[in-house]
Write a protein that binds this ligand. Structure first.
Ligand code: GLU
Length: 281
């Protein structure tokens, strides 16, 4: 069993991260498996070296140990570009110059059947879907044409969830994915480099991850990852989505929520055992 904790160094780790890292670490240790740390730092504008150092410091303070060297996404950009090229060669991608404002304007009416926000915040309305890749302009993002991609892969691909909330065998549901996830971004316009959905799939395969540990907030992104694995010829790991740590108002913790940063509790004299207790472990 090989699992990982994959934070982005865009802020201090909070109680939600502590829960995620401890969950993965405890499960790996209990199974006699391996626990890896991965730094998801492709977003150069938001990632900072001091946050990255603080991740190591907070996790070590919590009592976690992980294998070295630690994988950093910024060291592997060529691998993501190669994966993107494979998807482009399969005719599954298109360039997109839409801004957030364009997308929201095109989505003037709430979409029927969308009961929760998809992984990228809104289901892309498809404005640029007919643009060929040859038309890519500087500053364009690249999106996957989800309908085409689903048609190119064996339909209803399975994946196994081991987390408590949706435990069991799931199958991709193309109609549901089109309505709730849509044409996600594979390479971002502002950084010109591969985006989360593509990097995570390449990384998990290259690191030999057998069980992905992460929060329930990413459960709806998993079908896209399983699809990308099939299109890229990569294995599908098991998935373990854990419950989310919420604030008193029931909101999922965010990086800017410094009040719940591990560092804040450390400064106030909390022990690692206190943190475990606070997250219900
Ligand atoms: N980097 C992501 C985050 O900070 C986690 C990605 C994953 O576990 O797949 O939320």
């Amino acid at each position: 069993m090989i699992t990982r904790f994959a934070p982005s160094p865009t802020g201090r780790l909070h109680l939600g991260h502590a829960f995620s890292a401890l969950t993965g670490h405890d499960r790996a240790r209990a199974a006699g498996g391996r626990f890896l740390l991965r730094i998801e730092d492709t977003d150069r504008a938001r990632c900072r070296p001091d946050y990255e150092a603080a991740i190591h410091d907070d996790l070590a303070w919590l009592g976690l140990t992980w294998e070295t060297p630690v994988r950093r996404q910024s060291d592997h950009l060529a691998a993501y570009d190669a994966a993107l090229d494979r998807l482009i060669a399969q005719g599954l991608c298109y360039p997109c110059g839409c801004t957030r404002a364009d997308i929201h304007a095109a989505l003037c009416a709430p979409q029927e059947g969308v009961t929760h926000l998809p992984p990228d915040g809104a289901v892309y309305p498809g404005t640029c879907r007919n643009r060929p890749m040859a038309d890519r302009r500087p500053g364009d993002a690249i999106r996957i044409d989800l309908a085409r991609a689903l048609a190119a892969a064996p339909s209803h691909l399975p994946f196994i969830e081991t987390g408590p909330e949706r435990m069991g065998r799931h199958r991709l549901d193309p109609a549901h994915m089109l309505a709730t996830i849509g044409d996600v971004v594979l390479a971002r316009k502002d950084i010109g480099a591969a985006a989360y959905h593509l990097c995570v799939v390449v990384d998990d395969a290259q690191q030999g991850i057998t069980e992905v540990t992460r929060g329930m907030d990413l459960f709806d992104a998993t079908p896209v990852h399983v699809l990308l694995q099939a299109l890229l010829g990569l294995p599908t790991p098991l998935y373990h989505h854990h419950r989310l740590i919420r604030d008193a108002a029931g909101k999922r913790l965010a990086k800017r929520d410094d009040a719940r940063a591990i560092a804040t509790y450390r400064a106030a004299g909390a022990t690692p055992a206190d943190i475990r207790r606070m997250v219900g472990l």
